[in-house]
Design a binder for this molecule. Structure first.
Ligand SMILES: O=C(O)CCC(=O)C(=O)O
Ligand SMILES: [Fe+2]
Length: 390
């Protein structure tokens, strides 16, 4: 109990510190890196000056032809393998009777999810990084862009996602949020760059992303609530967004269709969401993040960043040993159990399709569902309403 209280205090202290530093610091989301920190000579894949200007002006930019499709094939094969492993697990756990081995990448998980609702969430919970995702994340051309925005020291952020956005699935429809809304306030002033990479042509029909142009300009994180609908996601109300971030929803909302091979680049305070998937196919995507390893990552002390480039070692090779051995979801749920916020039986059930995390402790829980119930162990249920809101 005492520890829980101390953790609470820790978060609000950090919040105040983040507020006072953000008042002083220049806005990292609108100010390009000093020239001396940017690569001196052009490197493959880099954004043009106009694209960089867009990124700082609008908070996002789309590079529609970043990858040759064949470069994404290993990641797609790895997704196929993940789905296959999940099908085997469900089958041997007697949760499904048909492994649907004949179905392809864009359909199979739908068929599994029909037999065992929650299968897609189980895949979303994947905490370990297949080799092909590691290679993609440390792709030289992606890192060359990161170097333009973050500088010569670059680390992968522990929050990466493979999103199995199955059709008509509320659990896969991410509401308005800023990515900072999931992280500790100590990191709200760190530039974290996201590459959102679809594994098919992402469009309005299958649930591409929307962003609020210019929502990053004040460099602020608005007040979110938790959790949206039947999901574990934090939620940013449009009125609150307009009031706190100085945007005009109708004017500033942008739908970001991204073809296969393209990348949507985002900073961590730009409000974004994904549309519903009304198509017949799964809208697979990956989101990968980078930041300066010397700045706070905000991941609640649960996992470090992974160094990918070092200014002092031009030939530095990424050492994945530690990072790859740490299952992010497992660590997150262990922390919840440790905090008395999740029952160990829930954590240890291999077929449990709830997701909980420390962000549920950061914002007011205005809406309850199976994810928030998993978060609140019985004995804390009454107490939670009185908890701090950072
Ligand atoms: O892919 C989605 O549906 C949401 C992605 C997202 O919120 C992110 O990449 O930060
Ligand atoms: Fe996000």
């Amino acid at each position: 109990m005492r520890r829980l209280f101390q953790r609470c205090l820790g978060v609000s202290e950090q919040f105040n510190r983040a507020l006072s530093t953000s008042a002083k610091a220049s806005n990292v989301f609108t100010t390009p890196l000093p020239l001396e920190l940017r690569p001196a000579a052009p490197k493959p894949g880099q954004l043009s000056q106009a694209q960089l200007d867009d990124f700082y002006e609008n908070g996002f930019v789309i590079t529609p032809t970043f990858f040759d499709k064949s470069e994404l094939q290993p990641a797609m094969d790895a997704v196929d393998e993940c789905v296959d492993a999940l099908a085997e697990k469900l089958y041997h756990g007697k949760k499904i009777s048909d492994r649907c081995r004949e179905a392809g990448l864009y359909e199979r998980l739908v068929l599994l999810d029909k037999q065992f609702p929650g299968a897609a969430v189980l895949l979303h919970k994947l905490g370990q990084l297949p080799e092909a995702f590691r290679r993609l994340w440390a792709n030289d051309r992606l890192l060359n862009v990161a170097e333009q925005i973050i500088g010569p020291n670059i680390a992968g952020h522990p929050v990466w996602n493979l999103r199995p956005k199955t059709p008509y699935n509320e659990q896969a429809t991410v509401p308005w949020h800023q990515d900072t809304g999931y992280l500790e306030p100590s990191s709200w002033n760190t530039m974290q760059l996201t590459a959102w990479i679809p594994l098919l042509d992402a469009n309005r029909e299958n649930g591409c992303m929307q962003v609020i142009r210019g929502g990053h300009r004040l460099g602020k994180t608005a007040t979110h609530t938790c959790c949206a609908g039947g999901t574990w996601y934090v939620d940013l109300d449009v009125k609150e967004m307009e009031k706190s971030l100085g945007v005009n929803y109708e004017k500033d909302v942008v739908t970001c269709e991204v073809p296969l091979g393209g990348v949507l680049w985002l900073n961590n305070v730009i409000p974004h969401k994904s549309l519903e998937n009304y198509s017949k196919k799964i809208r697979w995507s990956l989101d990968l993040r980078w930041q300066d390893p010397n700045k706070p990552n905000g991941f609640w002390g649960m996992k470090d960043t992974i160094t990918m480039r070092k200014a002092s070692e031009p030939n530095y090779k990424v050492d994945w040993t530690k990072f790859a051995s740490e299952d992010r979801t497992q660590i997150q749920h262990d922390r919840m159990v440790e905090m008395g916020k999740m029952k160990s039986e829930v954590r240890d059930d291999p077929f449990d399709s709830t997701i909980t995390g420390p962000w549920m402790n950061l914002w007011e829980l205005t809406h309850h569902n199976k994810h928030t119930s998993a978060f609140m162990s019985q004995e804390n249920k009454n107490e939670i309403g009185g908890w701090h809101k950072a």
